[in-house]
Design a protein around this ligand. Structure first.
Ligand code: ATP
Ligand code: MG
Length: 871
């Protein structure tokens, strides 16, 4: 059964059981401070389990793009080494939000696996939570056990401990027991040797967990106690690639059609063979796996970078490059060439790969190029480290420097050193690494207290599109401490007019005013689990009663102006550069805006001007805002609204329309484009291969910009004696300057000519040689030119000129070539020897040489001693 079909049948099965099939949420998290990447199917439904939002449907199913490379779930180091963990994988799942529970979840899972997919029942084992003796004193999950017993022979039902079979989202919140389904795909012979039941949860590559059914029935409270939830939920996750392995009768995820096309392509490009040698195989698996993770991340809008999620992506790609470099001997970029295979194989299920193929290829190729050159430089550095190493031992600090400053991976250092017979002080490296980690931890140390809940079960309402002030009640708060800012408080209040950071737009600032007039400043606003959290400078003294919540109006207006301008800029770019332009990120602040977009060339000054004009024409056109809330997403897209890749949209969306610019957007905007006043681009440049960035300003910032320019201009006019036409005045100055420069050059030439004839007059005959030794006031080049001019057409000249330039002594010796030959004189040797008088040295050729020294007081002696060479 092809993987495509496996996915299809899963979704069809649950569709027939009245589940709503939802799209995968983006793999890169945008608005969740607790997670960089989606690591499980349930992430996008967290707010439903927490009760912050009520779902509009009771049952859902999907395939979710997951990435497990950071935080609580990090499988990175296993990937490639084993055959069933990936960085990026698809998690098939079905959910019940307060609807069906254990009975149906268990029965349906079994039905799907054994009747639809027809997996041999004798290969399957299930686990049930055995209960716990700890503080929770949980009973075994008898319910689940009984449901399983009705359909599965008892010897295939195994008991599992709290670590494997009790699932918790975090320190607090919804949790419950789970049942896992494991599959044993060993040969009959192997099975006869060891019973499968003994290998479940033992990290055996052919006895693996494929599906986890979580029964959410408790809430873990801040004090550590569990309470029963009024609503019970089901959350399941099945590894798609593992399921394909089972259904395609192969022993490794990499032997399924999810991976084989990629592996064939790697073999062809690198002229290697999969399945012959363990080292090569690991490298091929790493590359086949990592290209997926990186390509999906870029398609979701996350480019490799130096911080946060971007850094994680960069590290994954570098790991792949390094495995290729070391084990497949790839010295040229090649991973980007796999994107085509990936896009044709997965593009049907995930169209973002196909739509953005070119961009993904460009970005990967540029990263490969730059890291390969880092590797090359690192190799050179490593060579010199080895040369200076004592007793063939490289110390940890040196290896750490290579790693930290040049990004040269430690395992590569270790490998090369080992090959060359050098030892590496790994302990020293580890110490240096830990010390650095401790330093950065100390810098960002943060502690979060528990939420103190004042009002239970409130669903928070955001009213900030219509109001900037409201009477509100504080629902809950917690203390947050950071090194940088000290104690701060996070408040949730309801309703709230404060816009939370999102969609590129900054969060609102403002204040809360208590009934007695006390004011608490709100410094920022962010979203967490779909709740709007306000960052307060301090905790209001009395939290009871109502507060007046006031948003900083000026900042909001300026931000809105920049946000609307961003939409118009987006429209302008697509109009002027072409529809290949896609938004790749934006930052809307009160002072400026930034817009990143795909485009493969520099935007020319003419194009930039056209873009500015386009936007300013729409500002002058006084276009009113047409805002529509709760539009069905399909209808919005049909109306031509621009949606972004990697953005999660609900069933209904908000559309923002200014004339022909329509975008799905949750941000705040001006009521009429005329409020923007004016749009001015301040810079254009590249951010990555194929991604450009425009920065611009609007409204008050443009006024400030022009005022500043105006002030500069009047300063310039002042300097130009109040010239009426400063441009002409500056041009005149430049002309005059050029003329004066010419005159100076002419004068200098004439001066040199005069000096030349003067000096030639002073030449005397010493032992048949035309000789002169003298101190002059010229620099090194002046002296050199002068000497060569004096020497022209002369075959018997010997001159030593000295100079004292800024406390440094200079000697220049010139001897006619014929004379040097005839008398075996060598100017180079002469200045070297005379150099001792001026405490310096030098050299050159037999007919011309110079020396420099730090003792000008020695010049007379040098000039005197030179005569001795003529004796
Ligand atoms: P394992 O113990 O094998 O790492 P897990 O307990 O971490 O699995 P869950 O968090 O329960 O797994 O995830 C649900 C399902 O997702 C698993 O049953 C498995 O089929 C699949 N899965 C988990 N991690 C990975 C991974 N790194 N690569 C591929 N599939 C995975
Ligand atoms: Mg795991």
């Amino acid at each position: 059964m092809t993987s495509q079909k496996v996915r299809e049948q899963f979704l069809n099965f649950f569709k027939n059981k009245e589940h709503k099939i939802v799209p995968s949420a983006p793999m890169v998290m945008k608005n969740d401070p607790t997670l960089l990447f989606t690591n499980a199917g349930m992430n996008q439904f967290k707010e439903y389990f927490l009760g912050n939002t009520k779902p509009t449907f009771k049952r859902a199913s999907d395939t979710q793009k997951c990435l497990r490379v950071s935080g609580k779930h990090n499988d990175l180091e296993e990937v490639g080494k084993d055959t069933y963990h990936h960085t990026m994988f698809e998690m098939l799942g079905n959910w019940s939000f307060g609807d069906y529970f254990k009975k149906e979840a268990i029965a349906w899972a079994w039905e799907l696996l054994t009747e639809v997919y027809k997996i041999d029942k004798d290969c399957l084992y299930v686990t049930v939570f055995e209960g716990s003796e700890d503080a929770d004193q949980l009973a075994m999950d008898k319910e689940a056990y009984d449901f399983w017993k009705a359909i599965v022979p008892e010897e295939r039902i195994l008991m599992g401990n709290k670590k494997d079979n009790f699932w918790e989202m975090g320190d607090q919140g919804p949790c419950g027991p789970c049942s896992e389904i494991h599959v044993d795909i060993r040969s009959a012979e192997e099975k006869a040797k060891t019973p499968g039941a003994e290998l479940v949860n033992m990290d055996h590559p052919q006895v693996v967990e494929i599906w986890n059914l979580v029964f959410i029935q408790y809430n873990r409270k801040a004090n550590g106690q569990l309470e029963n939830l009024p609503e019970k939920h089901v959350d399941t996750g099945m590894g798609f690639e593992r399921l394909c392995m089972v259904l395609q009768g192969v022993q490794s995820n990499y032997d399924t059609d999810v991976f084989t096309p990629l592996i064939r392509e790697i073999e062809a490009i690198t002229e290697s063979k999969y399945g012959k040698n363990e080292e090569t195989d690991i490298a091929i698996r790493v590359i086949a796996d990592h290209v997926r993770a990186v390509a999906f991340a870029i398609a979701d809008g996350q480019l490799p970078s130096n911080t946060g999620a971007g850094y994680v992506i960069r590290r994954i790609l570098r790991r792949a490059i390094r495995y290729g470099f070391t084990f497949l001997d790839t010295k040229e970029p090649f991973i980007y060439r796999l994107v085509n295979t990936l896009a044709s194989q997965m593009g049907a299920a995930f169209p973002e790969l196909k739509n953005q193929q070119q961009l993904i290829e460009n970005v990967i190729k540029e990263e490969e190029n730059s890291f390969l050159s880092t590797l090359e430089q690192g190799l050179v550095l490593l060579d010199s480290v080895m040369k200076s190493a004592k007793d063939k031992k490289v110390d940890g600090d040196k290896a750490f420097e290579l790693y930290d400053t040049f990004g040269f991976p430690i395992d590569l250092t270790a490998l090369i050193l080992e090959e060359k017979g050098f030892a590496l002080d790994t302990e020293g490296f580890e110490q240096a690494l830990q010390a650095q980690k401790a330093r950065s931890r100390a810098a960002s140390e943060i502690s979060k207290g528990d939420w103190t809940v004042l009002e239970q079960d409130t669903e928070q309402e955001f009213i900030g599109y219509d109001a900037l002030e409201a009477q509100v009640k504080v629902v809950k708060y917690r203390k947050v401490t950071t090194k940088k800012e000290g104690d701060r408080y996070q408040l949730v209040f309801n309703p709230t007019p404060f816009y939370a950071e999102g969609g590129g737009q900054v969060g609102d600032k403002g204040y809360l005013e208590a009934a007695n007039g006390d004011v608490t400043y709100i410094l920022d606003t962010k979203k967490e689990n779909n709740e709007i959290v306000h960052f307060a400078e301090n905790l209001p003294a009395d939290l009871a009663g109502t507060f007046k919540a006031v948003v900083d109006k000026k900042q909001r207006q300026r931000t809105a102006s920049n946000h609307t301008a961003t939409h118009l800029l987006h429209q302008a770019l697509r109009e002027i550069l072409g529809t290949h332009v896609e938004q790749k990120g934006s930052a809307v602040h009160s002072k400026h805006l930034r817009f990143d977009f795909s485009h493969f060339a520099k935007v020319t000054p003419e194009e930039l001007e056209a873009v500015e004009q386009f936007v300013n024409a729409r500002i002058a056109g006084q276009i009113p805002l047409e805002e529509n809330r709760n539009v069905p997403v399909k209808q919005a897209l049909e109306a031509g609204a621009m949606a972004l890749f990697g953005e999660k949209y609900g069933d209904t969306v908000r559309t923002i329309k200014f004339g022909n610019s329509i975008e799905l957007c949750g941000g705040t905007h001006v009521q009429n484009t005329s409020e923007i006043w004016h749009f001015k681009i301040t810079s254009e440049g590249a951010v990555a291969a194929g991604i450009r960035r425009i920065e611009a300003i609007t409204s008050d910032a443009v006024k400030a910009f022009y005022q500043e320019n105006d002030a500069t201009l009047s300063d310039i006019k002042g300097l130009l004696n109040k010239a009426k036409d400063p441009v002409k005045a500056v041009a005149d100055l430049q002309d005059e300057n050029a003329q004066l420069r010419k005159q100076v050059e002419q004068l200098l030439k004439e001066k040199a000519k005069g000096l030349k004839s003067e000096l030639l007059n002073e030449v005397t005959n010493v032992n048949g040689v035309d000789f002169l030794a003298k101190q002059v006031d010229l620099d090194a080049t002046g002296i050199k030119d002068l000497l060569f001019e004096m020497g022209a057409n002369k075959d018997n000249l010997f001159v030593l000129l000295a100079a004292d330039k800024d406390g440094k002594a200079l000697l220049s010796c010139y001897i006619s070539k014929e004379l040097a030959k005839a008398k075996e004189l060598n100017a180079g040797q002469i200045v070297r020897e005379l150099g001792k008088y001026i405490q310096g040295g030098g050299g050159g050729q037999p007919f011309f040489a110079t020396a420099g020294g730090k003792n000008p007081a020695g010049i007379p002696e040098a000039l005197d001693k030179v005569k001795e060479y003529l004796n």
